[in-house]
Design a protein around this ligand. Structure first.
Ligand code: NAD
Length: 430
């Protein structure tokens, strides 16, 4: 990159080669944010690589007595602001490079909401649907044993992700606690409430998406009571976001699952439609009128919330998006090329690292509760979440206004500035 280029030009240059993997994406975002701020290039160089990637093999005794070997990973990106934090996923595509990229992504996400955590991600390359419950438990306990020396309540705190859940976290917590000979609830978050899980954790990413959506609508002078909203995905993130916005007075005209969307231009009764958890993939069964997921994305609404999977708004459909505003509920729903098309069309996009950070924020609350052996009420969790999200929103809004950048660039600038300040203060040893 030419140092003579303006920040805008340098940022532009970094979009020339579209990234393909989560690692490319995370590095691209790092370089793009770095191009806007006065940051020591040595810090950027350090942040380009993870602190460590732990790779283990996990022998699983199947129910029929045969032994199968799986690969397990834990990538720890940066811990300058606090312990590593991030999910563990069970998915056949999990690999070293993917967890490295997703760990970096977690570093940015924790920093944008100002949590005292760094980023990590891990997982096992297994299809959890092919495992019995007993096999999943054995795999999880053995994986925990292999990671035992690199995780801990003050070092690295895993959480659920794709293919893992509260039960998985309970097994990890139990295995770790037995080995340490003391009950250590704070070693993981996303646990059942019976063993130190937090109230409000499950709804938190959807709640933060709704909070950010409310602020974004307000910022651009839309009345919530008159705003129309379409939500792709009716799972943990999408259903909670859609229902909250509905409760707050917005008109939710479409929600979808993998089979298609329920559509009503006068507004859906979002509580009457089962979420993914209540009845999987049943959204269209409860609809009088249905449309496709592609059509949902192109509805002429005030606000679109893609909250299902990644890469749904691409070069192919970005020109056809009719929404004025987009809040990313899912991780990475918009490709790089699509993002620049939307920016050119002046469609404002709030990025995933800010919008769905409610999940990791309430994980942080869970960790605080565990360490202090205290339980917070649901009201307290939601109030504190509101405070964290509004503070983060204000910090990002400030960058949008001060630098005339997109919401995505502003969020990464906020995150990287905080991480860089911590690295500056601590220095490089030796
Ligand atoms: P979920 O499994 O609870 O629900 C996913 C929903 O998306 C379901 O309604 C499903 O039918 C629908 N869906 C799946 N494939 C689809 C497709 N091809 N087209 C349209 N709809 C499809 O998942 P979730 O926990 O709500 O996660 C959704 C997204 O949010 C993911 O990108 C996830 O990584 C991200 N996210 C989740 C959390 C969390 O804590 N749950 C936190 C941050 C980010």
């Amino acid at each position: 990159m030419s140092s003579e280029a303006t920040p805008d030009e340098r940022a532009e240059q970094t979009t020339e080669t579209p990234p393909e993997t989560p690692l490319d994406t995370a590095r691209h975002q790092l370089n793009r944010a770095a191009s806007y701020i006065d940051i020591d290039p040595n810090i950027v160089e350090r942040l380009t690589y993870p602190t460590a990637v732990h790779e283990v093999t996990i022998p699983l005794k199947r129910d029929d007595g045969t032994v199968e070997i799986f690969n397990g990973y834990r990538a720890q990106h940066d811990s300058v602001r606090g312990p590593f934090k991030g999910g563990l996923r069970y998915h056949p595509h999990v690999n070293r490079e993917e967890v490295m990229g997703l760990a970096m992504w977690m570093t940015w996400k924790c920093a944008v909401v100002d949590l005292p955590f760094g980023g990590a991600k891990g997982g096992v390359n297994v299809d959890p649907k092919t495992l019995s419950k007993d096999e999943t438990e054995r795999l999880t306990r053995r994986f925990t044993n292999e990671l035992r020396n690199v995780i801990g309540p003050q070092t690295d705190i895993p959480a659920p992700d794709m293919g893992t859940d509260a039960q998985t976290m309970a097994w990890i917590m139990d295995t770790y606690s037995v080995q340490e000979a003391e009950t250590t609830t704070a070693v993981v978050t996303g646990k059942p409430t019976a063993i130190g899980g937090s109230k409000g954790r499950e709804e938190a990413p959807g709640r933060s998406v709704a909070i950010v959506a409310r602020e974004l609508l307000n910022y651009y002078d839309y009345q919530l009571s008159e705003a129309t909203v379409a939500v792709q995905g009716f799972g943990s993130v999408g259903a909670n976001a859609a229902r909250l916005l509905d409760e707050w007075g917005a008109t939710v005209v479409a929600v979808s699952d993998i089979n298609g969307a329920a559509y009503d231009p006068t507004g859906l009764e979002t509580h009457a439609i089962p979420s993914h958890e209540q009845e999987p993939e049943a959204v269209t069964h409860y609809a009088e009128e249905t449309i496709s997921n592609d059509a949902l994305l192109e509805l002429d609404v005030d606000l679109l919330i893609p909250a299902a999977i990644g890469n749904v708004i691409t070069e192919a459909n970005a020109a056809d998006i009719q929404a004025d505003l987009i809040v990313e509920g899912a991780n990475g729903p918009i490709t790089f090329i699509a993002d620049s098309i939307l920016a050119d069309r002046e469609i404002h996009v709030v990025p995933d690292i800010l919008a769905n950070a409610g999940g990791v924020t309430v994980s942080y609350f869970e960790w605080i509760q565990d360490i202090n052996h205290r339980t917070w009420s649901l009201d307290r969790v939601n109030e504190e979440l509101e405070t964290v999200m509004i503070d983060a929103w204000d910090a990002v809004r400030h960058e949008v206004e001060a630098r005339d950048v997109t919401w995505r660039d502003a969020a990464y600038i906020v995150a990287l500035s905080r991480i860089a300040a911590a690295h500056e203060s601590r220095g490089l040893w030796p």
